[in-house]
Design a protein around this ligand. Sequence first.
Ligand SMILES: [Zn+2]
Length: 380
Amino acid sequence: MTPADTAERARQAREYESLHNRLFVIRLLVTALALAVFHFAGGSVHLAAGLRTHCGGWWPLTHGLYILTAVFGFAAFTFPLSFYEEHALEHRYGLSRQTFGSWLWDYAKGLLLELALALVFFEVLYALLHWAPDTWWLFATGFYVIFSIGLSAVAPVLIMPLFHKFEPLDNPELVQRVTGFAQRAGLKITGVFRWGLAEKTATANAALAGLGRTRRIILGDTLLKGYTTDEILAVLAHELGHQRHHDLTRLLVVGSALAGLAFGLLHLVLGKMTLAAGFSGAADIAGFPLLVFCLFLFSLVTMPLVNTYSRRREYAADAYAVATLGSNAPLIGALEKLALQNLDDREPAAWIECLLHSHPSIARRVAAVRDIKLAHLTVR
Ligand SMILES: [Zn+2]
């Protein structure tokens, strides 16, 4: 790539970042608007009453149908936004390799999954509101913990394969060296998998996924071409760093603590708000938009905290990778290539990064990696 090409790529990356930030704000406003209209225009009350009349008085059935209708209705309402963000924009910047049909099939599978998860989650939440009106929020926190642990554990074996192909990495040298790193650090890795991204996207990624027996390192096949062996190893060592630091568990603990706080606050406001809004109580499914709005607001307010924590874990995993390889050059090389390939804005505004980004910007990551003094480093 010539310097002019690189400069043009950087300009496109800034434009892409800015479009995504605007879309984020639009999605927030559209979500708030949809919930407000559903609540204030009486749609929610009518839907709940209609289902009660037509399906009898058995509340688990009416609740289930209500949840499916509401989630599907919201997906239909925001479909143009999803299409633009996930398909049209990705094609405009040359990042997607999917046909419209292939994207639509993935979208349909994603929606079915979302409907199933929402059904289980909200059915249980409303059952708890129904059976334990005073202590539901404690049980709901326990349920959230089990639900998120279960989801993390099955994600790489049941959910991710719905969208991409996974097979054991067929590169003996890479597998042997990363297994060697793991053994020296006393870590057990259950596998390194090739993540079939190339058929759908030009972007590259790698991750640590799963829990316990399903835990594995997954490496995008888009990250295998154009990268040196040491650069790929630096990426793998970064993922090993997440494992060594128990980052998935840490994020589950943070998520569960926040869920407990969210449900506790929801308990305080919901009782009063639902009665004031004319519902029979917090367990009245007609108050669903109100409940979802409270959770939505809470997640929005706490998002910068979660992102800040996540960025700190990324810096720590980078430091682990540098210590493992005994050099900072391979990780810097990999990060620079990833930024160009994924059209990452190298240096977004600090406040945008602070609020919205779960990963530090490439410029800050590279600067931090460059600052690591190898002489004092031990693999931690
Ligand atoms: Zn990471």
